[in-house]
Design a protein around this ligand. Structure first.
Ligand SMILES: Cc1ncc(C[n+]2csc(CCOP(=O)(O)OP(=O)(O)O)c2C)c(N)n1
Length: 323
């Protein structure tokens, strides 16, 4: 597959926005202005960027607690993200959701859930809704290896295979569920070969390679649009920062420093930057310019967030609905 220079540049831009806003949140977190737990995705940017670049605005995503990257990559508003972390009315969830409950249906981000595995059934339901409406949309669902321990994944894949739903299950396997390593929880690869390949398109992908993720996601999207049903893409990656909060709050002793350093040296953002510079698509100055522009946008977002009013507690139930 040939990926256009324009798409490559767009992928880098998206990844820089995700990386740099994560760093901005991390460095300010102890100021205690963001009164929400945060689960940062430094190291995992290529997956959000690569998958969402293969989707259109009309397609859906469902996301999890580590969802800032998914939100931005799907077209969510940076200012609304930062305002949400500050619990302000201009936040994407009007200040009532916090970091784990981001939503922007206008760009097809159908919401993130703090319930590990919760997004899997929601995303499958969105796939069913698409099928019933008869549109050519697809739904991508992002979840971690901890969520892949749960029965809901198998039920959802089974249902999606049975009904040929346009759902793309994206496992971001970062090797850890809080302090529990994947090797202590899963015997071998637990997903592959679950269904015959003509019923479930599967792929094991280097999740730190944005181009490889984009390529696999594009194939999965094409299959889904043709009515060929669901895909399961396992993307191998690593979360560089703690499970939650900032580096200063990390639990100690559960990960080896060598493991973290080895993955740091495989940084997905640096990798794409190098590819683009060596491929003559961007000069080092172009990259620096892009970084500067993103840094300015992030500074503005923090100022915007702090100037946004806090929500009125009387509005707590205003945006709830039931049917
Ligand atoms: C149903 C449920 N069980 C447990 C938790 C507590 N919890 C929050 S995050 C997390 C780990 C999730 O790991 P994984 O799915 O691999 O995602 P990662 O944090 O590595 O991105 C757990 C167990 C929860 N939020 N929901």
């Amino acid at each position: 597959m040939t990926i256009s220079p324009q798409t490559k540049k767009m992928l880098l831009h998206t990844m820089l926005r995700i990386r740099m806003v994560q760093e901005g949140i991390e460095s300010r977190y102890l100021e205690d202005e963001m009164k929400t737990p945060v689960h940062l995705c430094v190291g995992q940017e290529a997956i959000a960027a690569g998958v969402c670049a293969a989707l259109t605005r009309e397609d859906y995503i469902a996301s999890n607690h580590r969802g800032h990257g998914h939100y931005l990559a799907k077209g969510g508003d940076l200012k609304a993200l930062v305002a949400e972390l500050h619990g302000r009315v201009d936040g994407c969830s009007k200040g009532f959701g916090g970091s784990m409950h981001l939503i922007d249906t206008s760009v097809g981000h159908m919401g993130s859930s703090s319930i590990v595995g919760g997004c899997i059934s929601i995303g499958t339901g969105l796939g069913l809704a698409i099928k019933m409406k008869g549109t050519d949309q697809v739904c991508a669902v992002f979840f971690g290896d901890g969520a892949a321990d749960e029965g809901v994944l198998y039920e959802s894949i089974n249902f999606a295979v049975l009904k040929r739903l346009p759902v793309i299950f994206i496992l971001e396997n970062n090797g850890w569920s809080v302090c529990s390593s994947v090797s202590a929880r899963q015997e071998g690869r637990n997903i592959f070969h679950y269904a015959p390949p003509d019923r479930l398109f599967t792929g094991l992908i280097d999740g730190n390679d944005a181009l490889a993720v984009y390529e696999a996601a594009t194939e999965a999207v094409e299959r889904a649009r043709k009515g060929l049903g669901p895909s399961f893409l396992e993307c191998l990656t690593y979360r560089i920062l703690p499970h939650a909060g900032c580096a200063a709050q990390d639990a100690s002793g559960y990960r080896d420093q060598e493991e973290i350093d080895a993955w740091r040296s495989r940084c997905p953002v640096e990798r794409l930057k190098t590819d683009l510079v060596e491929g003559g698509i961007l000069s080092p100055e172009d990259v620096a310019g892009m970084e500067q522009e993103v840094a300015g946008e992030i500074e503005e977002a923090f100022v915007f967030a702090k100037n946004s009013p806090k929500p009125d507690s009387g509005d707590l139930e205003k945006n709830l609905f039931c049917e």
